[in-house]
Design a protein. Structure first.
Lengths: 334, 334
């Protein structure tokens, strides 16, 4: 592991994106989203993911100059076509638009079809919060999760994001619907460590904490077993209807994870009586969670998103930790 | 176990509600919702729950004549005050109103504060689907789930419902965010059976499939462990802001589960291009799920809500199965 200065990481990726056909302003924004993901500790969807993103551009699966266009609008619900543009830029545009709709209608929704992997989903929750809105969004994925009672991966792990504005950094939930991402399971397997809870099924069909055994069957477990299986299926189905684009099944037929569907919902609390008393509600929640006796004495119970700024401060000061080979690879692209 | 004719069950509960202060039309509707829940196999929130509902009326926690009133409206987002009326009638009104908003704006949201337990949440998803809409709704509860890393029950199991219209009966997800409800765990404990997966923690602080051990600590496990803990917290926080009502913390201070907050969101696909091609999306999903090889040979993999009408037909023909003492108790109320 080495550490790389945030500004340098950003600059290097920006150069790579310019070489890949991005125009300057969009290269800067996209590179910044990758760099901030790593800066805030979401390493799997930051620099770690960047070379694959550049590869997807080279393969024609991501069009660096495509911008999303409006397909249909009625009231507070809009459908947009992502035109296979960069997933992170498309998603940012979509959440901004959902917030603009919410500013007029209290609630707004943008269904974005034909788009690409949004990388770190939490980013769009944070963006909603920056806009003063409550954000709720989800994406579909390639088929990577079995339906409950089935052997084949017919569902996606369809990450789901929720965020609520807060002065000291939003409350932020960013969760995929598999218990562990494949990236996390690979890390456990590489370290030879047991998963903290069952991550999937082994060859014998038993739930297993052995990440290598689960990698062998490719049968990961949904959060809450049958419950996450159902939630994954409904999120994808609703997304397919609202976007008019590919379901997880349709994405699977493409053979690579592109052409996804995403749904962005924003609520504007400023339009509620007393502007929703957001800070009050957040503080009540925080003091309730913090007041809980911890399982491990001395460790404070935390709410989702609470550690983000701590990691950010550390990585800003010391640099973003990453594998030396990865940094060499990213530099070779710039 | 005995079996009771659906119409007789409904009539008996209607009589009990009339004696409890309901007006005729509302007694009929509320009794019907309780009877249909049991008819369709959701026994825990049908007849099984009815005596407690009558008790809550007697205690003044549910006001049988209160109807929800509009508090604030902006565009497609409305806040309503449930005035501690019957939770099932309030929720039905709220989902109907969310659908009416969606008919104008594509999406609509009703945040309902100061209401009561909605009993079977799936009912409001089904109602959205009857209205031709996609439904998404959730409720908070009394504190009954620990936050991840904590010992105390500071979160609710906050049931979440999603439904999509389908000619042969909607796709319907109705899930609480605990892996098992306390009712289900009691049933396992009574039968002396092991839970199929861990349901909570035992005295030693280990995850356990022993329902009695979990009942001893009252520490149930959220779906997906840390993930469901986060989702529960966010749903409640968003609900508290939108409704302006009590969070799970506020409900806990009341000492009994009343004065809840619920959020109802509807999307009207009829306003999308090609009316969202709902049937097509649903059939693609169904054939994908059904095409999955089953874990148990010969058993078809199913999607959420698929078995509902099978149970309904059986119970319509044979009567609703219930405990003899329970039926005697309900009859004594009527």
């Amino acid at each position: 592991m080495i550490r790389v200065d945030f500004a340098e990481a950003k600059r290097t990726m920006e150069a790579a994106l310019l070489r890949s056909g991005f125009v300057r302003e969009r290269a800067a924004l996209s590179a910044s989203l990758f760099a901030v993901a790593s800066l805030e500790g979401v390493y799997t969807h930051g620099l770690e993911r960047f070379p694959r993103f550049v590869e997807f551009i080279a393969k024609g699966w991501v069009d660096p100059v495509a911008e999303p266009v409006l397909v249909s609008a009625v009231g507070a619900l809009e459908r947009w076509d992502g035109r296979l543009g960069p997933g992170n830029l498309n998603a940012l545009t979509a959440m901004d638009r959902a917030c603009a709709l919410a500013r007029d209608s209290g609630i707004g929704c943008v269904a974005l079809g034909n788009t690409n992997h949004w990388m770190r989903g939490g980013q769009y929750g944070l963006r909603a919060a920056e806009n003063g809105c409550i954000g709720l969004c989800w994406t579909n994925t390639t088929p990577n999760l079995p339906a409950w009672g089935g052997l084949d991966n017919v569902l996606g792990n369809n990450p789901l994001v929720m965020a609520v504005p807060r002065a000291d950094g939003p409350v932020l939930l960013d969760m995929a619907l598999s218990q562990f991402s494949w990236g996390k399971m690979e890390a456990y397997a590489a370290r030879g460590e047991e998963l903290p809870v069952a991550g999937g099924w082994d060859e014998a069909g038993s739930l297993s904490r052995d990440a290598r055994a689960v990698a062998g069957t490719r049968r990961a477990v949904p959060v809450g077993f049958w419950k996450g299986s159902g939630l994954s299926l409904l999120l994808d189905l609703v997304g397919a209807i609202l976007t008019g684009g590919a379901s997880v099944g349709g994405v699977g037929q493409r053979g690579s994870e592109h052409g996804l569907g995403q749904v962005f919902v924003a609520f504007d609390p400023a339009l509620l009586p007393d502007e929703g008393r957001v800070a009050e509600a957040v503080e009540e929640m925080a003091s309730r969670v913090h007041g809980s006796r911890p399982v491990s004495p001395g460790q404070r119970v935390r709410f989702p998103g609470e550690s983000r700024l701590v990691v950010r401060e550390e990585n800003l000061a010391k640099g973003i930790p990453l594998r030396e080979e990865l940094w060499a690879e990213i530099r070779s692209l710039g």
